[in-house]
Design a protein around this ligand. Structure first.
Ligand code: AMP
Length: 284
């Protein structure tokens, strides 16, 4: 496994792969890897001859500097996990090279990125689309794998790839969970044992809501969100948002009349956790 820190070296490596007739798959991450990330690597390996995992804690997508500072950084453990999965390259660029002095060009998606995490984290998606576009230019992949865990992010990236004509196939992989149901996340590393247990209520509330929707499709979605809010708040979580949106355009819904995503963002302790569940509307 190679570790590449330099952008030019990454470009040369990718070019050599293409010349040798090999396809390249990329898994963009911010490190602190867990089994969720590794499932993306496995998905990438199914499609591409060569798999590149990028590890870059992107300052441009953090709306709060304390969140950026406390974001877990575990490069040695990440390296071992990638090695064990026979990843071909870890691309680990330096912030000073990714954002050179006087950096002033941004990529902005203007529809799908407005609500949910976009509404509660100003500038977040501008940071995401910009860094992913840059990583695509640096790695030159044929495939890129993202997790359904960040469902809005995955849709925004797909839109960006369409709108800006990146010749890249985007693959979306399912959410990997702990046995407790909690979605795996690098941010779980910042939770105490007690918070880890309490945070399982997020998935419980999503499963509860899914069951309600499927059993009583006439229910007002506002009522479902209210019960979810109570469940999470009672367990000690602080809601950032709970939304039920259309799967195709992320617009908030009042009634269950089309396939939806139920999406939650909540703080447990200092960690902001997100999770979601897709509920398909039967007659579609
Ligand atoms: P992050 O390092 O948190 O920026 O995530 C990097 C990629 O891993 C993103 O595409 C995430 O959606 C994906 N990811 C994070 N957690 C999970 C999970 N529990 N299951 C599947 N994919 C995940």
């Amino acid at each position: 496994m190679r570790i590449i820190e330099n952008i030019n070296e990454m470009l040369l490596f990718s070019k050599a792969c293409k010349q040798a007739g090999q396809t390249v798959g990329v898994v963009p991450t911010m490190g602190a890897l867990h089994d969720g990330h590794l499932s993306l690597v496995t998905a990438a390996k199914k499609e591409a001859d060569v798999v590149v995992v990028t590890i870059f804690v992107n300052p441009a997508q953090f709306d709060e500097s304390t969140d950026l500072e406390s974001y877990p950084r575990t490069f040695e453990a990440d390296r071992e996990m990638c090695e064990a999965l026979a990843v071909d390259v870890i691309f680990f660029p330096k912030t000073s090279e990714v954002y050179a002095p006087n950096f002033s060009t941004w990529v902005n998606e203007e529809k799908l990125s407005v609500g949910l995490c976009g509404g509660t984290r100003p500038g977040h998606f501008r940071g995401v689309t910009t860094v992913v576009a840059k990583l695509f230019n640096m790695v030159q992949p044929d495939f890129a794998v993202f997790g359904q865990k960040d469902a809005q992010q995955a849709m925004v990236i797909k839109q960006m790839v369409r709108d800006l004509n990146f010749p890249i196939e985007i693959i979306i992989a399912p959410i990997i969970r702990e046995k407790s149901g909690l979605a795996m996340s690098s941010r779980n590393k910042n939770l105490t044992q007690d918070e880890l247990e309490k945070a399982t209520v997020i998935y419980e509330s999503l499963k509860w809501a899914e069951k309600q929707l499927l059993a009583n499709p006439g229910l007002k979605l506002k009522e479902i969100k209210e019960v979810m809010t109570t469940m999470i708040t009672k367990a000690g979580g602080k809601i950032h948002y709970i939304e039920i949106v259309r799967q195709d355009n992320l617009q908030p819904q009042q009634l269950f009349e089309t396939s939806v995503i139920i999406a939650v963002a909540a703080f447990f302790g200092k960690a902001r956790l997100i999770d979601n569940i897709f509920v398909n509307y039967e007659s579609e």
